[in-house]
Design a binder for this molecule. Sequence first.
Ligand code: THU
Length: 133
Amino acid sequence: MTNEALVAEAWRAREFAQASYSKFSVGAALLTKNGNIFWGANVESSSYGLSVCAERIALFSALTAGHTTFERLAVAAETPLQIFPCGACLQLLSDYAGDITILLSKSSSEIMIKSLRELLPYPFGNRHFDSNS
Ligand code: THU
């Protein structure tokens, strides 16, 4: 699958965002190593802190469908500033997807490409506590 096609999936996923509080809709599309695509979109709550980002929903959806190896993630949001996944999502992506490629799209014609390590260069991981047990 091309980067452009995966980004287009993220824009389609974005249409399902439940973002009535922030009015900031985000879509994500996570490509597994065997070619499946899992969508995510942000889901917000009247109790604001319960809101969940698009990236985490895509990741949790893939994991709970039994997929554990990932290749690329696309994130789409309409914004003048470049969008990047938040720190919490980067941590979870690092835990479950390792150093995947992340495609960032702030308009349907633009794609910035980063590795997870570029966005989270010094990740915490289970190696920090496995050696203690
Ligand atoms: N959000 C995401 O879904 N992904 C990001 O990468 C950044 C922020 C959501 C969370 C919240 O619903 C809204 O955007 C505003 O923060």
